[in-house]
Design a protein around this ligand. Structure first.
Ligand SMILES: [Zn+2]
Length: 565
């Protein structure tokens, strides 16, 4: 009785849509879906694989067929065992949506969907996601997601009991696997050479890249889940200088920048004056050739606070270990982290920290996002009393976070025009993109100048210093690349060369015996995120066996204590 009643309540077109489609076995559905993915979601991969090949050449078509068959088989052998008449449609629906979104970003921005990129995606908050969504995505999603979903809803999975279909399913799995292996063998030398030369291409295989990266991230996270961070620097204590009686307390501020690249940094010789306020401070020392540890926040941030850096990089070890902040705190320095971005990526776990609160500075915040000057609002309340000991403050900027560069600064800083005012960078000219990006740097220049002014104002009776360094660079359309996050080995310099600054109060230079002229010379030489851990230990005078004086940028410029006034 209930069945006819329900069917009459559904509109007739919907009833016909749901009941008149052809019946297909779940294996056939999976196979069609894999063909669809390989044909429509892998434009960037095909472009790379066909580079330098002649469309009129028969060998090119053999290459396309063989690689295509291999990719279809690869996806099929993974997906088919998970599909049955109940799971096949939801499973394929998820893959269709994942493939559609992935291919949009891969083709538009030249990104590679590797595990670090996926980790970035998973840690993206709603505010970031809203900025990344562009209306230009809609036609792509209609064609690549909605259309196949409509077809998928129309097709009907065959209702057969699994014991009767099992032998045939196993046989078809074996046939597809064999065809895939055969196809791969037929072009093996060619394929092996391509993959050896451009290993990163495997992260263009969509949606396999997303599935593989997700599994890899989940694997890493379950291995480290619930385990406390491994303590490092257990021997940390204060050095000789810190134990000098009657000295002034230290106040060191580290500003962690976002997506600022050295190529557009005025102090590094960029054709435009993007750092006018900082350029007017002759005491400031700018490091001219600084290399980042990673090409995205997820890698760079934990790495720059680790003792190992890029030169001994081991992602798993960096992730499971404590950071510079824990070592410094253990030695007795007060540490505080203030964040205007998507968090400290584990660096400040268990350390006092706070996220900038939009309610505290409504004039600087919109839709939950704040301009970086909000980092300074009420910051003096976080200061210890002068007799409260030494203090290390970290300010994590939103900086030049893209693609909505035009939202990163107030109107007064829209000095280079016209600007790109959309997140869909391909709809803007190079000039508009660079203008918006440069305006955002201009604002960072202002924020840093204000932070130094804040230190001058609140640093009375203290020895103060400021370090600024960006986490990674950015591509602004060079060679068709946008944003950042390219695998490190193939990343262009614009993604790995970052600005870095040091400002020392006259007091700290004097009491720590730092020869600033010598530091200025050192600043012209190459440096890296790797130096940060050891240079900060030196500046905060924390003594530990982790400290490597050769990696401390200031160490060669310290006068021996006996020679100090
Ligand atoms: Zn970043």
């Amino acid at each position: 009785m209930s069945s006819p009643a329900r069917s009459s309540s559904r509109p007739r077109w919907l009833e016909r849509y749901a009941t008149t489609g052809p019946v297909l076995s779940s294996d056939s559905l999976v196979l069609w879906a894999c063909l669809w993915f390989v044909a429509t979601a892998n434009t960037s991969l095909w472009r790379a694989l066909l580079e330098g090949r002649d469309a009129g050449d028969a060998a090119t078509w053999g290459w396309v067929l063989a690689v295509g068959a291999t990719l279809v088989a690869l996806h099929f052998v993974v997906v088919a065992p998970l599909a049955n008449r109940w799971t096949v449609r939801p499973l394929l629906a998820v893959l269709v949506v994942v493939a559609a979104i992935s291919s949009y970003y891969i083709d538009r921005f030249g990104v590679f969907l590797d595990p670090t990129m996926l980790r970035n995606v998973l840690r993206t908050d709603v505010k970031e996601a809203r900025e990344l969504f562009a209306w230009a995505m809609l036609p792509h999603l209609l064609l690549h997601a909605l259309l196949p979903l409509v077809v998928l809803g129309w097709l009907r999975p065959a209702r057969r009991r699994w014991p009767s279909t099992l032998p045939r399913r196993v046989a078809s799995w074996l046939v597809v696997a064999a065809v895939g292996v055969g196809a791969l063998l037929s072009v093996f030398q060619d394929a092996a050479a391509t993959m050896r030369n451009r290993r990163e291409l495997r992260y263009l295989i969509t949606p396999g890249n997303a599935v593989w990266s997700l599994a890899s991230v989940l694997g890493q996270d379950t291995r480290s889940a619930g385990r406390p961070r491994e303590a490092i620097g257990l021997d940390a204590s204060r050095g000789k200088w810190a134990q000098t009686p009657h000295r002034r307390p230290l106040l060191v501020v580290l500003v962690v920048g976002e997506t600022a690249r050295a190529a557009n940094w005025g102090l590094n010789g960029y054709r435009r004056a993007t750092t006018p306020q900082l350029a007017a401070m002759p005491e400031l020392i700018s490091f001219a050739q600084v290399t980042s540890c990673g090409t995205n926040t997820e890698v760079s941030l934990p790495c720059m606070f680790s003792p190992w850096g890029r030169r001994q990089y081991d992602e798993a070890r960096v992730r499971r270990s404590e950071s510079l902040l824990h070592v410094v705190q253990r030695a007795g320095v007060n540490v505080f982290w203030r964040d205007n971005q998507s968090g400290c990526k584990g660096v400040c776990d268990g350390i006092p920290h706070e996220v900038v609160d939009p309610r505290q500075s409504p004039a600087l915040c919109e839709e939950g996002r704040c301009l970086d000057e909000a980092l300074l609002v009420g910051l003096e309340r976080r200061l210890q009393r002068p007799d409260g000991g030494d203090q290390f403050l970290v300010l994590h900027q939103l900086g030049n976070h893209g693609p909505a560069y035009d939202k990163r600064y107030p109107d007064a800083f829209r000095r280079f025009t016209p600007v790109c005012a959309t997140a869909d960078l391909r709809r803007c000219s190079r000039e508009q993109i660079v203008n918006a990006y440069d305006n955002a740097l201009l604002y960072t220049d202002h924020v840093l100048a204000r932070t130094i002014a804040w230190l001058r104002e609140h640093g009375a009776g203290r020895d103060t210093a400021l370090i600024y360094v960006s986490d990674h660079g950015e591509s602004l359309g060079e060679n068709g690349l946008y944003l950042h996050g390219l695998p490190y080995a193939i990343a262009p310099d614009v993604q790995t060369q970052v600005p870095m600054l040091l400002w020392l109060s006259p007091g700290i230079a004097e009491t720590q015996g730092i020869d600033t002229a010598c530091v200025r010379q050192r600043a012209a030489q190459p440096a890296a995120h790797d130096h940060l851990f050891h240079s900060l230990l030196g500046l905060l005078d924390v003594s530990t066996s982790l400290y490597d004086p050769a990696m401390d940028l200031l160490q060669p410029c310290r006068r021996p204590p006996a020679a100090r006034p």
